[in-house]
Design a protein around this ligand. Structure first.
Ligand code: SAM
Length: 288
């Protein structure tokens, strides 16, 4: 793993700390850092399938226009990366990880504290202070403590997810272990259309899932958004990998645009004629 020496590493999921035993920046065997947030649609489970594809493109810049919880970037550990997402609070949190965020505000699995912190976070967001370290720390706390780690905002842009129902939560306070890993990566809060691809980039795109046969579109990502994403990716002359729910229209869209498709079972289950079966995920690839 090409990252600078760190003295200590904390697993954000379990809160456990392990020593890194003087890792060199070229230590290829170090365990990847855990994604620091809970993130809907996180692809940690997919990185073993992506790693062999990425292996022959490691010299390239990794571009993720839908970087979400960073499971893929942390799992593949590129030297250079451009990581974008429309969620500005998420990107602000990563910008503070790059500066070695340490959280000092009180963090407990406590309902009254949760709503106090939520009110404060929304006040910062309203008052142009959404880019502060305090906002990043509050975003982390809300993500760990809210219902199912959801990230949802009302029309006024206020975070409105209620208190979660966890028995125990492990909070990380010291994120300095992430500083070296993220040092050479660029983060950007933008829509996919505004993300600048260079011709040699390796693109991994993980848009919100296509949900066919319902009115519901996750995160407001409509079918038109799926189509403009696919068309944009298809124009890239370098290697591209896309993952999505394997709905018939997604399969057809990517096949028509010249992608090669492969199918995987996702770890989540769906109902199919009364039975619980693994959801099907598609990996669409081009120019590998
Ligand atoms: C399925 S998640 C990505 C999960 C990520 N691969 C991971 O492993 O955690 C999709 C992400 O797309 C972001 N998103 C939604 N609409 C977007 C848009 N128009 N442009 C860029 N990002 C968008 C969401 O904020 C969300 O984080």
């Amino acid at each position: 793993m090409k990252r600078g020496a760190a003295t200590m590493r904390r697993d954000a999921e379990t809160g456990r700390v392990s020593s890194t035993e003087s890792q060199s920046p070229l230590d290829a065997d170090a365990a990847p850092l855990s994604p620091p947030l809970k993130w809907a649609g996180g692809k940690r489970w997919l990185t073993p399938s992506l790693a062999p594809i990425w292996a022959s493109h490691r010299h390239r810049r990794l571009v993720e226009p839908f970087c979400g919880g960073l499971a893929v970037a942390l799992g593949l550990d590129p030297r250079r990366a451009l990581l974008a997402d429309t969620n500005p609070h998420l990107i602000n949190f990563y910008a503070w990880l790059q500066r070695g965020l340490r959280i000092t505000l009180p963090m407990r699995n406590d309902e009254a504290l949760f709503y106090r912190h939520r009110t404060r976070f929304n006040a910062l967001a309203r008052s142009d202070r959404a880019g502060t370290a305090e906002a990043a720390a509050l975003f982390y706390f809300l993500n760990r403590t809210c219902y199912n780690g959801l990230c949802r905002f009302n029309r006024a842009g206020e975070f409105n997810v209620p208190f979660g129902r966890y028995v125990r939560i492990g909070y990380t306070r010291d994120f300095t272990a992430y500083r070296a890993a993220l040092a050479r990566w660029t983060f950007c809060a933008s829509d996919i259309d505004a993300v600048g691809f260079s011709r040699n980039d390796f693109i991994y795109a993980d848009p919100p899932y296509d949900v066919q046969f319902t009115q519901y579109s996750r995160g407001g990502f409509t079918w038109d958004d799926q189509v403009r994403t696919a068309e944009r990716l298809a124009k890239h002359p370098g290697p591209v990998v896309l993952s999505n729910q394997a709905t018939p229209r997604i399969r057809k869209l990517y096949r028509q645009l010249g992608f090669t498709l492969r199918y995987l079972n996702a770890p989540r289950m769906i109902s199919c004629t009364g039975r619980r079966v693994p959801a099907r995920e598609v990996l669409a690839a081009k120019n590998l």
